[in-house]
Ligand binder design. Sequence first.
Ligand code: PMP
Length: 383
Amino acid sequence: LDRAKDETSISFTSGSRPASQGSIINLDHGDPTMFESFWRSTGEDATIVIPGWQMMSYFSDVTNLCWFLDPEFAKQIRRLHALVGNAVAEDRHIVVGTGSTQLFQAALFALSPSDALQPTPVVSTVPYYSSYPAVTDFLRSGLFRWAGDANNFQGKHYIELVCSPNNPDGFMKEAVLKSDTGTTIHDLAYYWPQYTAITKPADHEIMLFTVSKSTGHAGTRLGWALVKDQEIAKRMTKFVELNSIGVSKDSQLRAAKILKVISDGYEIPNPGQPKLFEFGRNLLRQRWERLREVVRETGIFSLPEFPSAHCTFTGSTTSSFPAFAWVKCEWEEAEDCAEFLKKHNILTRSGKHFGVGINHARVSMLDRDETFDLFIQRLASIK
Ligand code: PMP
């Protein structure tokens, strides 16, 4: 984001700015603007209006453990998980956060014993989501500390972050550490049918989801955690209370409506009703096919290959079409993959931020059509 702001003299394909021929193509962050065209097609159905007097209180439901969680949002979260079959939500506590980024921090707080002599080590297998080390350490907490690659970790007390499907490489992941005193946080931001086959309802201690990647509403800044243990859910709620005294009710109202429209699209028979996961899946499949073709023609990069699996949601066998392409440079002069692409006015995120080498780079697949088209054109023209 900073880079996009700094270099203002050249036009960028970022945020609300549309792409034009000479633009620098910004695929550094996973801004999910490709979903805009779906939400345009739903018209008024997903619109909300909030009168000036409404939702002024801090409180949403004082009878609930997470007292700032809007009951309608909670209802639509459970309804969507039941429809998709991607996670057990029925008798789990729901904690809402300002993005799953806040909930990730709430979970670190909840899982770190306050009386420990040393900060609890936080680990994840490489390549890990670049925000994990940055967010864990930016306030230099005495409660927890980033400890790098889970594969190299030895110890009994830890928090292991499992991101599945994984950002950046798109593969399904499982915890690699096992200990009675170790804990795990499952970040399931991408465990939705547009990205991968839904093989079973996930059922872990702490599971994080976000509207940013499921519906594309990153600007709404809402995530939710499904939590088994009541004490952990209470501590996560406490974190959000101390950090921001709850979560925007306006956002929750909007997100409840958005989730409702998605579920209605499947559950209320209406042939004209657009279906979000089909839209996302078809678009991502086409994009991956085009990317694989240009990669094959130029030979500059290689891409991961994904196994197929039976998707219980769609009822068919399918490959994965991840939100990011994790490209590996195959040319010697392109050894620093992100630097090489930058010379061609394509901004990506270097592998070094994900705990691996500079010969990898992460490229967002979630931008608008015109940006993705430019990206493919530009890759094809590299000689
Ligand atoms: N987890 C993963 C794996 C992500 O890729 C992202 C967004 N890039 C997040 C969490 C954060 O999502 P949010 O916008 O809900 O804070």
